[in-house]
Ligand binder design. Structure first.
Ligand SMILES: [Zn+2]
Length: 503
């Protein structure tokens, strides 16, 4: 018996390129795929009967916030068939952290769900740690917000010439050390205060390295068109490869903006800008509660936000600006985690419902919650229309992502079910995409976009990251009320030719 070899026999093969499924076998030797399709396998090798199962490349989650959890071997993503993840999104990375760990923790823990004992000096230290991640290959973007906190703390001001030089060096070093790209989070303080010139200097560094620039733009609601325009111009001027993160139009008054920005993106692509975008297959998003406050109020960090909220004049101004920027009704904003014991009862309820129970105006409730939770709370928001969602998911320039984040509270169902939900509910039941189209958008296409070598396709010579699933039953029952339900239909996940146990 040849221990190093494994034959997956009589599967339906979906290769990750979007081509039609076809019957065949896969021969694996060690960590690599040796042969695909019809061939005469060596005698006397370990064989798995795959009749009734689809074999596909392991899924690539190109927009993940599991920067810390991938190191712990959590199985939420693996159970969905994910074998590769791209972390460091929306400006939040776990490095560089050499100066002030507390400042970086206060900046990033709302998204990364960490404690007080993480942080790496630079990309190479973090990438070394990632090499030991047990259940996935993890690729990292360096986050603009984390870099800015390292260089200038949580202050919101233009950088000095020396600080700007330092930012450039940090980015250059990270990309040289193996970070696969750069991300911004321009709705999150302090990254939100970066002027276009700062981004332009940094994007030139990205362009020089030929890597990808992924952006959580300045606005997805009332300012969506301007936000997209800023990024398209940035890519045009600097020549960097632009990936617009989780493209959507937030709030009913803004839903018709999506078609206009799609046209602008298509036109830029035709004119030679290397632009694409990604999206998650749910109408609700998930982020920090501080996103409902104007970001200038976070100048200096979360503790300064609390001080401002306790000042009656500033509080009034923050209240007015929050209200003016609200694109959603309070019934569509659900509290998903809080730090304090006293407010745990409110997790899972809308701000409208919580305000009613507390006999408060919802705008006041928001600001009081921020004070009571010292700024640390998360929310789920019902942002999009189903028609718009279908449009971005099926668009030729899109790839599909989870954007999943861990929270100490109620998670979003996307953390547990994104890809099975896509293949079961949206492909099999609703017919939005064929199975091979959807799989292309979560395997070969993200691998190409993020330049992940030798993964994402069923191809001889490629690493044997594979999943076997039952196309008739694949799906996810995870929903907003009960999110932490494992998906169904995924039978086996192989990483570098080895089965992952316990899925
Ligand atoms: Zn984001």
């Amino acid at each position: 018996m040849q221990d190093q070899m494994l034959l997956l026999k009589d599967a339906t093969l979906i290769d990750g390129l979007g081509t039609d499924p076809y019957p065949g076998d896969i021969l694996i030797s060690g960590s690599r795929i040796l042969a695909i399709g019809s061939f005469a396998p060596p005698a006397d090798i370990r064989t798995l009967d795959c009749r009734g199962l689809v074999a596909a490349p392991g899924f690539i989650d190109a927009h993940s916030h599991s920067d810390l959890q991938v190191l712990e071997g959590r199985l939420e993503k693996t159970r969905q068939g994910v074998t590769s993840e791209v972390v460091g999104n929306c400006g939040f990375s776990t490095y560089p952290m050499a100066r002030d760990a507390h400042a970086v923790h206060r900046f990033a823990n709302g998204i990364l769900c960490g404690g007080e004992n993480w942080g790496w000096a630079g990309a190479s230290a973090y990438l070394d740690a990632l090499a030991k991640a047990p259940n996935a290959h993890v690729y990292s973007l360096i986050g603009h917000g984390s870099m800015r906190v390292e260089v200038a703390g949580n202050e919101q001001r233009p950088l000095s010439a020396q600080e700007m030089d330092r930012m450039e060096h940090l980015l250059d070093d990270a990309l040289s050390a193996g970070a696969i790209g750069f991300s911004t989070g321009l709705m999150y303080a302090p990254g939100s205060c970066a002027p276009p010139e700062e981004l332009e200097r940094l994007c030139r560094v990205v362009a020089r390295h030929g890597k990808v620039y992924a952006t959580h733009m300045r606005s997805y609601s009332f300012g969506l068109e301007d936000a997209v325009e800023e990024q398209l111009q940035l890519a045009q001027r600097t020549g960097c490869r632009l990936q617009i993160s989780h493209l959507q139009a937030v709030g009913r008054p803004n839903w018709d903006r999506q078609e206009r920005v799609l046209q602008n993106i298509e036109q830029a692509a035709q004119e030679g800008v290397d632009v694409a975008f990604d999206c998650y297959p749910y109408i609700a998003g998930n982020t920090t509660l501080t996103q409902l406050a104007p970001q200038w109020a976070l100048d200096g960090g979360l503790d300064r936000l609390i001080e401002r909220l306790l000042d009656p004049v500033l509080r009034r101004r923050i209240a007015e600006e929050s209200r003016a920027a609200m694109a959603l009704p309070w019934t569509d904003v659900i509290l998903t985690s809080v730090e304090s014991e006293q407010n745990q009862w409110a997790v899972g309820l809308s701000l409208a419902a919580i305000a009613e129970r507390r006999a408060q105006d919802p705008g006041d409730l928001l600001l009081d919650l921020l004070i009571e939770e010292r700024g640390v709370a998360t929310m789920l928001t019902f942002n999009q229309s189903t028609e718009n969602l279908r449009r971005v998911l099926t668009h030729p320039l899109s790839i599909i992502i989870t954007d999943g984040l861990f929270v100490r509270g109620k998670t979003h169902p996307r953390l547990h079910g994104t890809f099975p939900f896509l293949l079961g509910e949206l492909c099999r039941q609703q017919g939005w995409l064929t199975l091979q189209e959807a799989i292309h958008k979560i395997t070969g296409k993200p691998a190409e976009r993020f330049r992940i070598p030798e993964r994402g396709l069923l191809k001889p010579g490629y690493f044997a990251d594979l999943i076997l699933f039952d196309a008739a039953v694949i799906g996810s029952e995870a929903n907003y009320a009960i999110p932490d339900v494992p998906p169904t239909g995924i039978r086996h996940v192989l990483l570098n030719g080895s089965f992952i146990e316990g899925i």
